[in-house]
Design a protein around this ligand. Sequence first.
Ligand code: SF4
Ligand code: SF4
Length: 175
Amino acid sequence: MATINWSFYYQQLDKVTPLPVDCGRLCGSKCCTEWDNGAGVYLLPGEEQLFEGLAWCQTVPIPKIEAAFPGEYSYILQCRGKCPRSKRPLLCRTFPLTPHLKDGKDISLVFDEAGWFICPLVQLGELSRLDPRFVRQVLAVWRQLAEDQAIHSYILARSKEIDHSRNAPWKKLFF
Ligand code: SF4
Ligand code: SF4
């Protein structure tokens, strides 16, 4: 696995947020709480090394059978709802969007349905309501990261899940 220059990507996402105002005021910063027992945020392959031994968080390995990143060890980061903002991991910077590979080729962005029960922006489901600078930067970062094989495999696997879940019966309860 190639070493990824995380600070390069963190910087690209340092100054953008989903809305021009603090969206945490809409929901009480729900995505930063342990909204479900043991909930945390996935770390991209190799990113876990940045968080080892820090007081404000812990990294938890995921059993291989549930691993998010095919062929790699996967970890989640659990925090206490507060972090040094400049140190937050990549998926905290890109939520509530997630990458989607159409036909295994070009990357676009969709709302991360894993956040459906907590995030009003996911529930609203309108990309045009997000700050265009945020959308642009998130897309640019995922396109660059997809050049890494492990991350490309992750995006591909997630895209298949997303396509599959579009027809999930529970959705008919809400739409
Ligand atoms: S849950 Fe959604 S609306 Fe709330 S802080 Fe997170 S991204 Fe913003
Ligand atoms: S690491 Fe920071 S941004 Fe990410 S969930 Fe925890 S408090 Fe929120």
